[in-house]
Design a binder for this molecule. Structure first.
Ligand code: NDP
Ligand code: OXD
Length: 308
């Protein structure tokens, strides 16, 4: 069996190779570098150039070393199964990031002489939790929505197909999106970037949000029309936004977002790929395929017809 690995980072490539070699001692595990032609049974890829998909044929499955596959799909041959990471330790990180942003935005009561004596402040805080809308209720969005429900927030969720999450109000379709946007003061984006969701967050979208609403985008920069977001924030329609992802990363030092104090940027850190968990998940899926499972039946199999 041959497994080919490509990531831009030398240390990560070495980590993945070592993990695969330990799990499959008789396999030929190689690192792909531009110019190499290496037919393989499996490939592990991230930020991999189109050239990779032209020459080295991968026969059984390609594993994405992340959850979003928008950066890979345009170049991938359609006949090779693509399997993305399915949580692999990202859901708890994402949940922590989103919850801490929400608490920051709504001003969780903090320490200090005033708060130490002011029981009413805590009661006001607890009685006035805003409704939160979560767009995308997959592996990550569902975990975030469940946690927010558990914390006592009113949660509206939007997905392509209806979802049952105890306490959450499920919405689907265009009218569902309009209702979900109107209902939540804070909107959290956890959609995949597909032809159906690209540029979804535009002038019309922001106008549909509750006045004074707040956007937390932890999915992809391509969901947001940046000029429309700036206008929505400057007009006061939005109170602000937290963006962990941007169309171009890292952010350019003269990007207008950096001059807007109500927009908070983080450098794509809300849920990092945990190398150990990723390699463990991929090893277990390779074992399942080698034992006869169809890649289509494995969690994380990317359905080309919907783009995620
Ligand atoms: P999933 O594929 O598990 O979930 C996607 C969700 O979006 C599903 O609920 C799906 O609906 C819904 N959806 C897809 N298309 C539409 C549509 N057109 N209309 C309404 N709902 C739609 O993805 P994950 O939860 O694993 O990840 C989500 C995204 O988060 C990734 O694609 C990636 O871009 C981003 N991400 C960002 C990270 C970061 O560090 N900032 C880290 C990891 C991921 P249904 O359930 O009906 O299929
Ligand atoms: C991912 C990401 O999709 O890192 O996993 O954004």
């Amino acid at each position: 069996m041959r497994i080919v690995v490509h990531t831009l980072d030398d240390n990560q490539a070495a980590f993945y190779r070592a993990g695969l070699e330990r799990a499959f001692p008789s396999a030929d595990v190689i690192r792909w570098l531009p110019g190499v032609i290496a037919p393989a049974d499996y490939a592990l890829v991230w930020r991999t150039p189109p050239e990779f998909f032209l020459k080295p044929r991968v026969f059984k499955a390609v594993f994405a070393l992340g959850a979003g596959v928008d950066g890979l799909l345009p170049f991938m041959p359609t006949d090779v199964p693509l399997i993305r990471l399915d949580d692999a330790g990202m859901a708890p990180q994402m949940t922590r990031y989103v919850v801490s942003e929400i608490l920051r935005v709504i001003g969780e009561p903090k320490t200090g002489a005033g708060w130490a004596r002011d029981r009413d402040a805590y009661e006001r805080f607890n009685d006035n939790l805003p409704a939160v809308t979560v767009l995308g209720l997959g592996v990550l969005g569902a975990r975030v929505a469940r946690t927010l429900c558990d914390m006592g927030f009113t949660v509206h969720g939007w997905s392509r197909t209806p979802k049952v999450i105890p306490g959450m109000i499920s919405h689907v379709g265009d009218t569902g999106l309009a209702a979900a946007l109107k209902a939540g003061r804070i909107v959290v984006n956890l959609l995949p970037l597909t032809s159906a969701t690209e540029n979804l967050m535009n002038e019309r979208f922001f106008a549909s949000m509750a006045p004074g609403g707040y956007l937390i985008n932890v999915a992809r920069g391509g969901h947001v029309v940046e000029a429309d977001l700036i206008d929505a924030v400057r007009s006061g329609q939005l109170a602000g936004a937290t963006l962990d992802v941007l169309r171009t990363e890292p952010i350019a030092s003269d990007h207008p977002f950096l001059a807007e104090p109500r927009i908070r940027i983080t450098p794509h850190v809300s849920a990092r790929t945990l190398l150990g968990a990723a390699v463990e998940q991929i090893v277990s899926k390779i074992r399942m395929i080698e034992s006869g499972a169809s890649p289509r039946d494995l969690p994380g199999f990317v359905r080309r017809e919907v783009g995620y």
